[in-house]
Structure formats: C-alpha cells, structure tokens
Design a protein around this ligand. Sequence first.
Ligand code: ADP
Ligand code: ADP
Ligand code: ZN
Length: 216
Amino acid sequence: MNLILLGGPGAGKGTQAKLIVEEYKIPQISTGDMLRDAVKQGTELGKKAKEYMDKGELVPDEIVIGIVRDRLKQPDCEKGFILDGFPRTIAQAEALDKMLDEIGKKIDAVINIYVPEEEIVKRIVNRRTCKKCGAIYHLIYSPPKEPDKCDKCGGELYQRDDDKEETVRERLRVYKEQTEPLIEYYKKKGILYNVDGTKDINGVFEEIKGVLSKLS
Ligand code: ADP
Ligand code: ADP
Ligand code: ZN
C-alpha cells in the first residue's frame, strides 16, 4: 500500500502516520523529519534547508525531490510506504509520478486531513516533539505524563523552531498557495479521500482505516 498524507501544517499527518506504521507495518517517509535530521547533523543540505524552514517557507523542490528519490529506493519501501509532508507542490507531485513510473509503482490513496485554520494554530503552538524518538505530543490534547519527558523513551521534549505563531501563519499561507492545489490534482486522478481532521486522534484514525479497508 503506497499512501500520501496531505493536510496543512498541524493537521495531524505525523500523528496518523505513526499509527498507520504500527497497524500496517509500512514505513513513514516524512520529509520534515528528514530535513530536521539533516539540520541536526549540520550537513550542507541541512544548512541550506534551515534557512527556508525557519522562515516557514518551502525548501526548494530539487532538494526535497532528491531526498525522496533516494529514500524510495530503500528495501523497506518494497511492501509500501506513507509519504508524510511530500509532495507539497505540483512540481513535486509530478516528479513523484515520474519516479514511481520508473520503478513500476503507483500511489493507491491520498488521504487529505482537513482542519480549519484557528484549530491548526492551537495545535501547532502546543506541539511538543521527542528529541530522541520523534514521538508527537500536545500539551492539552495529548499531554505527556511528565512535562518535557517522552512517555515512550524518556527523551527530552522540545518545541520546533518553526512552531512559533508568526511562522505558523506564514506556513499556512504557503500551504494555501502551493500545497492546496494538490487536492484538485489527486481528485482528478480519482485517488483522493477526505478525512475529518477535527475528530480526536482515534476518531481520525478510525476514518483512515475505513478508507484503507476499501482499497483492494
Ligand atoms: P508540518 O507538517 O508541521 O507542516 P513538516 O515537518 O512537514 O511540518 O515540515 C516542516 C518544514 O520543512 C516545512 O515548513 C518546510 O520548510 C520543510 N519541508 C518539509 N517537507 C517539505 C516538502 N515536501 N517540500 C518543501 N519543503 C518541505
Ligand atoms: P502534522 O504532522 O500534520 O504537522 P502533527 O501530527 O504533528 O501534525 O500534529 C500537530 C499537533 O496536534 C500535535 O501536537 C499533535 O499531538 C496534535 N494532534 C494531532 N492530531 C490531533 C487530533 N486529532 N486532535 C487533537 N490534537 C491532535
Ligand atoms: Zn521519545
């Protein structure tokens, strides 16, 4: 099963991707996570990406497309994968179609998680992420048992540099301008499935499982 999770910043893509990984045993490919790793490691690519990420802008297509192309070649993607946060532009979607064509694969479903803007801001400013294992928390909706400490691994929780309110507004603008057109792109291909992202985490997951169970 080859899936794409679409949705604005903070819609719950990462949270749902992790649940799908557990249930269906296919890897999550998060371009955001991979870029943050590159930033942490201080690679050339990371340094370049950080300039864009800190401003809430998109990292240039060719960089992100290159990362995904390499990742999809890894053997763990053979049985399927979940793209989380990619594609984010029409150019990325077209490049993805082309690279999948070359390896004889296709996307089975695009899950579009919709959450209104006011709710998105509330979600993002209270998001906390584990430095060690990447687990995602929310100070109100999905709080850790102990503040600043990951329930799963004991790692330290942090707030992402780009999760400040001003940057979130810019990311929302960028989403509307550059990413939202993908909804129409995939609708035309007949593989778009809309999910109500305002439900609680389990409610959203149930909807997603409903969609996936109908795919052959
Ligand atoms: P969120 O899901 O909260 O929007 P992500 O972790 O997916 O955040 O992305 C964080 C940042 O990383 C984006 O704002 C952007 O700068 C960069 N990024 C991630 N994925 C892509 C992509 N596919 N294309 C361009 N930039 C990306
Ligand atoms: P994305 O990957 O789309 O940016 P995340 O999965 O990181 O989104 O979720 C953003 C924030 O919202 C996190 O703090 C997460 O714990 C919280 N969250 C995710 N899904 C829900 C939900 N259905 N209801 C309430 N909060 C949620
Ligand atoms: Zn952890």
